[in-house]
Design a protein around this ligand. Structure first.
Ligand code: 26Q
Length: 793
């Protein structure tokens, strides 16, 4: 333990001297991380003790992803030790920033949904609320991305192998999960058969401390690892082969699910997570099972952990001996569900056959939930079409979203617009059947990572103007509204932004060998690659700009750097072709003797939480250009806003609420509205071809595109061609393109008035407080979970 800089230095040096090897950055990182880990242990033990002592209600957040990012720096910030350690190391000739870079980054998530779970963990601990995460300890997180001739390459990652490990193995809490096997009548009643010949998997938890800020609360993120069980639970046959099968369960995040085998593995992962987490909750309780909802709330992060519903039923029926009615009452007062998407292809469906084979008892329970629910619906005399929509099991498939709604006490979307669309369209019948279940909880982000940690320069500037209460209560950022006309403050803001832009430029020189102009406007489109997120529209617009520069010698716009970053799913051909297209156009523009003085396109490789932390603070413009109605919320939009970037976007997801906060004058909104998109989808009156034929500029870029000259060969754009032409541009790229171009022109014009631009930036920061995940978590706690703050010291 260390309580002063001198004490820290002394301990650090002592540990360094004990090392055999010379003190590399890696060694120094390990030593520091070990010291912090030890520092946290006492608070962790105390928090755990307090939770038991006070018998407070506990929240368990079930998620197949936790995109937590690096821990060292954030833990130091939350412990209020960052400054001290930074100075101490500096005096010893080490750079804390460099040591932080040594930490392997756990990529245990794909994007928004996983990062949201991580932000929620930080807020729960910082608000001193008893809330814990339950997830899987994937050996390999999301692939790391490379570029080869402009094409995305994927390399497996292995964060555990060379990690000092923030987590602790808890062998004492290991459990066993049954797969496959057969059911036999047991004589204990129709719903209580015996499950024989199951194949067992051992689940071992690894606990990670989640260190809250300002207090001493340390919550737990429990990640389960799959292992070979002990002798008596082993099946007959080849043990090595079985071991391999078992370990595959926690081997990788989302393995390929385009094959049946991949799907089966994903289903195993989901059940593994749900069963292990629920067994622990039920086993380690110190209250009667009948009052579970008074002591425990379980939030399921999308439908991926929806098997928690039948699994909790199974435990209550088979292991606790409750009746169906009792068990159902408890389950539906314990579990609540968050939906994160309305995209049809992301709605989970499992084949009944696969479910029945892998999880016979769980499937039997799903059938009974479905039977009883159908019976209730039939009493309501609904149209056959409505009945079909309400079915959990339909046509040999199990619809997980329907199961999740039926089995939870509350269901929420992640932004107002998204929740409205769910209630009015995707889940209309369910909302009519359960009118009080649906509610909205607009997402948030933790300002402790995305502002305090990622942008200490801006944090200090804010505090110098309004004090630092905003760190505990982000609504206090409103006080910045008094400075939006203050030329000194605006000048300081501009200087900080410039500093962050320079830092990013330096980073890119070092890590990607690209040189960018820090005086240019930084325009950023950073998120997963997906059709609806419309990176294609962005790059087509850039090509239009290039054409204008070539055609019109008087068109010489203010220099802009267009940043793209993000990964495409390995099997998502369209998205991968968009990445190739961006890189081809980048090469053409960046090497053009004239255009390169005005436009620069940069693809930042291997986007991750730590890269994101370097990018958001440096942005001038935040691209949020999804097809309206498709982006459930977005959370990158909030990270940009908090760092003073101005939004250029469509009226979609939480961007609607961002504009509600700042007013139309402080953002650049364009394109079809969600209403209009839905109308076009219904009436099928949009024809992409007309735009290609009638608009000269669009016609030109599309023909350049289709000729293959922009993609180094037509075969590299066949999926793009199919979507734009064959499928009539389902994301309205060509429809919104000219409006997007005009809006970019407005942005450029406004940028020329430097003071007005900074004023916009500062209004964005001042109004961003509501998008702290602390606000989101308070709402969940008050309206869904019923948690109380635990007073630790
Ligand atoms: C489903 C079935 C089969 C295989 C994979 C999946 C699957 C995997 C990941 C479905 C969805 C996801 C991830 C979704 C996600 O990240 N959604 C984002 O959630 C954010 C947090 O709420 C929102 O801000 C984003 O708008 C939303 O896209």
């Amino acid at each position: 333990m260390f309580y002063s800089k001198e004490e820290f230095k002394e301990n650090f040096v002592k540990l360094l001297e004990q090392q055999q090897q010379p003190a590399s950055s890696k060694t120094a990182y390990s030593i520091l991380a070990g010291m912090v880990r030890e520092f946290v242990q006492r608070d962790w033990d105390e928090t755990t003790y307090l939770y038991q002592e006070e018998q407070r209600k506990q929240l368990y957040y079930f998620s197949i992803e936790f995109l937590i990012g690096r821990m060292l720096g954030q833990n130091l910030v939350n412990l209020s030790l960052y400054e001290m350690v930074n100075e101490g190391l500096d005096e010893l000739g080490y750079s804390l920033a460099e040591l932080e870079e040594q930490e392997p980054e756990p990529g245990l998530g794909n994007g928004g949904l996983g990062r949201l779970a991580a932000c929620f963990m930080d807020s729960l601990a910082s608000l001193q609320m008893p809330g814990h995460g339950c997830g899987i300890r994937y050996k390999g997180g999301l692939f790391s991305q490379g570029l080869n001739d402009g094409f995305q390459t994927e390399q497996p990652t292995d964060w555990i192998n060379d990690s000092i490990g923030w987590d602790t193995r808890r062998e004492d809490l290991a459990l066993y999960i049954p797969f496959f096997g057969k059911l036999h009548a047991s004589g204990k009643g129709p719903f209580k058969p015996e499950h024989r010949d199951a194949k067992w998997v051992k689940a071992v938890p690894y606990d990670m401390p989640i260190v809250g800020a300002y207090g001493n609360t340390v919550n737990t993120l429990r990640l389960w690892q799959a292992e070979l069980p002990e002798q008596q639970l082993l099946p007959a046959g080849d043990i090595d082969a079985y071991q391999q099968q078992v370990e595959t369960i926690s081997d990788r995040l989302y393995p390929d699910d385009s094959t049946e085998e991949g799907k089966l593995l994903r289903l195993k992962q989901q059940y593994f997570l749900c069963s292990a987490s629920l067994q622990t909750i039920v086993k380690n309780r110190d209250f009667p099972i009948t009052v579970l909802p008074k002591h425990v709330a379980i939030q399921i992060n999308d439908t991926h952990p929806a098997l928690a519903i039948p699994e909790l039923m199974r435990i209550l029926l088979d292991e606790e001996g409750l009746s169906w009615e009792e068990a159902w009452g408890i389950t539906t007062h314990t579990i609540s569900y968050t939906n994160h998407t309305i995209l049809e292809e992301a709605m989970e469906k499992w084949s009944s056959q696969m479910l029945e084979q892998l999880l016979p008892r769980v499937y039997m329970i799903i059938q009974e939930i479905d039977r009883r629910f159908k019976e209730k619906c039939h009493q309501e005399k609904l149209e056959p079409e409505a009945l079909k929509k309400l079915a959990i099991i339909d046509d040999g498939t199990v619809k997980m979203a329907t199961l999740a709604v039926v089995g939870s006490y509350r269901v929420n979307g992640v932004a107002k617009l998204h929740t409205d669309i769910l209630k009015m369209r995707e889940m209309k019948e369910l909302n009519e059947h359960f009118p009080h279940k649906f509610h909205n909880k607009t997402n948030g982000i933790t300002h402790r990572r995305w502002l305090v940690k990622a942008n200490p320069e801006l944090s200090d500037l804010i505090s110098s103007a309004i004090g630092d209460e905003w760190k505990r209560d982000t609504m206090k950022l409103h006080k910045l509204n008094e400075f939006t006309q203050d030329p000194v403050f605006l000048g300081d803001f501009k200087a900080v932004k410039q500093q962050k832009k320079n830092q990013l430029a330096d980073y890119l020189v070092k890590h990607q060998a690209v040189t960018i102009d820090p005086e240019s406007i930084y325009d950023m489109h950073i998120k997963r690659f997906h059709g609806y997120k419309r990176q294609l529209m962005n790059i087509l617009h850039i090509q239009m700009l290039y054409n204008r520069i070539k055609e019109d010698a008087s068109y010489r716009p203010h220099p802009r750097t267009f940043f793209f970053a993000g990964k495409a799913a390995k099997s998502y051909q369209f998205a991968k072709q968009v990445i190739k297209l961006i890189n081809t156009i980048a090469e053409q523009i960046n090497t053009d003797p004239v255009a390169r003085h005005h436009l620069h396109v940069v693809f930042v490789e291997d986007y991750s939480v730590s890269r994101a932390e370097k990018m958001f603070p440096a942005a001038d413009i935040s691209e949020q250009i999804s097809t309206a109605s498709k982006e459930a919320s977005g959370t990158g939009n909030m990270k940009f806003m908090m760092n003073g970037a101005v939004t250029l976007g469509t009226f979609d997801g939480a961007t609607v609420e961002i504009v509600e906060q700042i007013g139309d004058d402080n953002a650049f909104i364009f394109g079809l509205s969600a209403q209009q998109v839905m109308q076009f989808e219904k009436e099928k009156t949009y024809h992409a071809r007309e735009f290609i034929e009638k608009d000269r500029e669009i016609g030109r870029v599309v023909s350049e595109l289709l000729s293959g000259s922009l993609s180094k060969g037509a075969e590299n754009i066949d999926f793009i061609r199919r979507q734009l032409i064959g499928e009539n541009d389902p994301f309205f790229v060509l429809k919104d393109l000219q409006h997007y171009a005009r809006t970019h022109n407005r942005v450029l014009a406004e940028y020329e008035d430097s003071l007005a631009w900074q004023e916009m930036s500062v209004v964005n920061i001042a109004q961003s407080g509501i998008f702290s995940s602390d606000r989101t978590i308070r709402q969940y706690s008050d309206e869904v979970w019923g948690l109380e703050k635990v007073h630790s010291k």
